[in-house]
Design a protein around this ligand. Structure first.
Ligand code: PHE
Length: 440
């Protein structure tokens, strides 16, 4: 009997026919740790946020070296994800086998870090977790199967004498005064109505209120600090024409492990940009970490670093983060948000592939993410964009057709025509093998 194994970060895992969908091209990205590179946009941003959050009361311990392989339990079950939650599906998540996967978010480590606080191995009342996370997704300029998140959490033990209320109030006052001192003012539209976003019964109204405010002001402080750095650099570069005011809004959200929950969006160049999901941690999660029932309250947020870094550094294509080209890396310095100066973009080359689905199959039977994955596996970072451009059902033959358009383009060099043809040939071959389609 030969059993297949998958090797990631120096460890071997048993593969399984039904669940394994992680591929070598993804595994090859697992050790890069862009968030730890001091002069990489993602690393610069990570460090700036850590520093700012700790500048108020030094409450956060940083965990930046967790490996990306986690259990299904840590990523989903421990956080109360329902069994049929779409995030669990094979089309969205990279599974190593039925119990193990590449984390889809940094929340996968919350329980572990909470339990460090519970066991008093960690005396700081909060933590920040920065890491690479993995999701099967589309291919375009803003999506990549790996990106980076920072998780932030803060815990208060509920004292009998309500000491925690005092602590919350004091800490909140510091946050508020620091926010008032920021040069970049945030104009906030807040949705704090509880309709459809209920608080947990074990907390008093005042606790919910203070904890929510503490969370929101902490996130706002991060955002105003980051945009302040950006506006500073625009001023330096002479490109700033706007006043130093930032429009943000809090909107209700849903996450299985927080209640109530919100998302914050920032108005930037004519669009609302979603930056961060957050909420008050469900007591079930705290209990799983070892805390006595009703003994603690806590907030958590999860911030996507890559999109924010793209916006701040004006990086046009997310693949640039992964390039080894010095013309990219030479442009950035620790602690500074500089605008990226594009070096020549190499020309791209477009190919279409159109096919008939096998008889009896529906459009839903071929998941776009699976097609994306085939292209990614064949072409890696040489693919800029994949798009479903056409689909129809032939009225007489009752056959279904799809057409995908693939744009091949390298960040680092010119691609030759014959090279692109070879890539395309291989993509077509794998589409036939995998889905039994008939090329038109
Ligand atoms: N993990 C969530 C995501 O990836 C973000 C989040 C973190 C939400 C913590 C609530 C609390 O979207």
């Amino acid at each position: 009997v030969t059993s297949k194994t998958v090797k990631i970060c120096g460890k071997c895992y048993g593969a399984d026919d039904k669940m394994t969908n992680v591929t070598q091209s993804i595994i090859d990205l697992t050790g890069r740790s862009l968030h730890l590179q001091k002069c990489h946009p993602v690393g610069i941003l990570r460090e700036a946020i850590e520093t700012r959050l700790n500048s108020t009361d030094n409450a956060f311990k940083s965990y930046n070296k967790f490996e990306p392989v986690v259990s299904v339990y840590d990523n989903f079950d421990s956080l109360g994800f329902p069994i049929n939650h779409p995030g669990r599906s094979k089309s969205d998540t990279y599974y190593i086998n039925s119990d193990t996967l590449l984390r889809t978010h940094t929340s996968a480590h919350e329980t572990e870090c909470f339990s460090q606080i519970h066991q008093a191995k960690e005396t700081k009342p909060g933590f920040l977790i920065s890491a690479d996370v993995y999701r099967r997704d589309e291919i375009d300029r803003t999506h990549y199967p790996v990106f980076h998140q920072m998780e932030g959490c803060r815990v208060w033990k509920r004292g009998l004498q309500n000491e925690h209320i005092d602590q919350l109030q004091k800490s909140l006052a510091i946050l508020q005064s620091q926010l008032a001192q920021q040069k970049t003012k945030i104009v906030i539209e807040d949705d704090d109505s509880i309709e459809g976003n209920p608080a947990q019964a074990y907390m008093s109204d005042i606790e919910v209120n203070l904890c929510s405010q503490h969370l929101k002001r902490s996130v706002e402080l991060v955002i105003s600090e980051i945009f302040e750095k950006k506006l500073e650099s625009m001023r330096r570069e002479g490109t700033l024409k706007l006043p130093s005011e930032l429009k943000c809004r809090w909107i209700k959200a849903y996450f299985p492990w927080t209640a109530p929950s919100w998302e914050i969006e920032v108005w930037w160049q004519g669009d609302w940009l979603e930056l961060c999901g957050c909420g008050i941690v469900q007591q079930e999660v705290l209990k799983r970490a070892g805390f006595e029932p009703n003994s603690t309250i806590s907030w958590a947020f999860g911030l996507g670093l890559d999109r924010l870094a793209m916006l701040l550094f004006e990086i046009p294509d997310i693949r640039l983060f992964w390039t080894q080209d010095e013309r990219f890396h030479n442009q950035f310095q620790r602690g500074v948000i500089d605008t990226f100066r594009p070096y020549s973009k190499y020309p791209g080359s477009t190919r279409d592939v159109a096919f008939w689905l096998p008889p009896g199959k529906n459009f839903d039977d071929i998941h776009t993410n699976d097609v994306m994955e085939i292209v990614r596996n064949v072409a890696g970072d040489l693919v800029e964009n994949v798009k479903l451009v056409d689909q129809f059902t032939h009225p007489k033959k009752d056959k279904k057709s799809q057409c995908y358009r693939i744009n091949y383009q390298s960040m680092d060099r010119n691609l030759t025509n014959s090279e692109v043809n070879e890539l395309q040939k291989e993509v077509v071959k794998q589409l036939i093998n995998e889905f039994d389609v008939e090329i038109r």
